[in-house]
Design a protein around this ligand. Structure first.
Ligand SMILES: Nc1ncnc2c1ncn2[C@@H]1O[C@H](COP(=O)(O)OP(=O)(O)OP(=O)(O)O)[C@@H](O)[C@H]1O
Length: 302
């Protein structure tokens, strides 16, 4: 199990990770989200013993990474897919990793097949596309058959087929009872992949909740309505004090009401509706709303 307790990291005077507490439970995919610079990579690096906490703890199975006797069997990680020697072949790279960690060479071919690289096993890594390097990084993470996985942006650079493949892989790994922590900027993807979301901003925990619950709490629910005569509808909404946002095609998204009430209102005023439906915010909308205050550098828009 992966756990951070009051984890804090400062660089110079800047607090990058600020008293962070969360756990990554087995059997679930936990999405690790936050704006650029929120501290996600730093947290993963602290968990993997690549940096030391200023205070607090980053634990794998109750111990700091450096104290694990057989780290590759406990936790697999993908931080930077380019951190490999380009002159090696995929098989050569994994064999070296297996040998230096006391793992069998047979396992190398298993993970190459698992990530779909069996046919490219003897090609030099420098000739690999980014997507292939991501797959190789995942193969390395899976080498020790670990109970926990820490993956930093694993879908970076993957095409839609690759993204779908990773989603299926991660869901399968969680279904096998592993704890999977995955950072990503692709909200649509996280909404489909993660059971749980840990959201941080400026190093602090903003949310640690189920994906459905997050959407329920931070996403808005609005009614999309479109009328045969948009001007008549706009006037009706205004006259009834309803907040309506115009969207494409002469439709409006209306807050603070439901389809039944809006339909009845339109009927009572003989406004003919041609569309009436409930719209839920996407995870991206909900995330943007909740992290708006925590964005370190917000783009200035005209
Ligand atoms: N070794 C370091 N020395 C000084 N500052 C650092 C160091 N590593 C990270 N930082 C700073 O810590 C902050 C958090 O960085 P981090 O990479 O953890 O964020 P992130 O959430 O992973 O961001 P992104 O989504 O952009 O990858 C940034 O402001 C970064 O500049």
């Amino acid at each position: 199990m992966i756990e951070v307790r009051s984890l804090t990291k400062t660089y110079g005077g800047a607090t990058v990770v600020d008293r962070l507490d969360f756990r990554v439970e087995p059997g679930r995919v936990t999405g690790f989200l936050g704006p650029n610079g929120a501290g996600k990579s730093t947290t993963l690096r602290l968990l993997l013993g690549l940096d030391r906490p200023t205070s607090g703890e980053a634990l794998i199975d109750g111990r700091p990474y450096a104290e694990l006797a057989d780290p590759l069997r406990r936790v697999g990680a993908l931080l930077d897919a380019d951190a490999v020697h380009g002159g090696r072949t995929a098989r050569g790279h994994l064999r070296w990793l297996a040998a230096s960690n006391g793992l069998s060479a047979r396992r190398v071919d298993e993970v190459l097949a698992q990530v779909g690289l069996a046919d490219a096993a003897d090609r030099r890594i420098r000739r690999f596309s980014l997507g292939m390097r991501q797959r190789l990084g995942l193969a390395a993470a899976l080498l020790g058959d670990p109970a926990a996985l820490l993956l930093d942006e694993p879908v970076n650079g993957l095409d839609p087929e690759g993204i779908r493949w990773i989603r299926t892989l991660l869901r399968g790994l969680a279904a096998e009872g592993r704890a999977v922590l995955v950072s990503s900027h692709l909200m649509g993807e996280m909404a489909q992949t993660a059971d749980q979301l840990v959201v941080i901003g400026r190093g602090r925990l903003l949310a640690d909740t189920g994906t459905e619950d997050f959407l329920h709490r931070h996403g808005r629910r609005r009614v999309r309505v479109r009328a045969l005569h948009p001007a008549a509808l706009a006037e009706l909404l205004r006259a009834n004090g309803l907040t309506a946002e115009p969207v494409t095609g002469g439709a409006y998204d209306v807050a603070g009401t439901d389809p039944e009430a809006l339909g009845a209102l339109a009927a009572a005023h003989r406004v003919t509706l041609v569309e009436l439906s409930v719209r839920h915010d996407s995870l991206e909308d909900a995330f943007m709303r909740m992290t708006a205050d925590a964005v370190e550098y917000r783009a200035v828009t005209a």
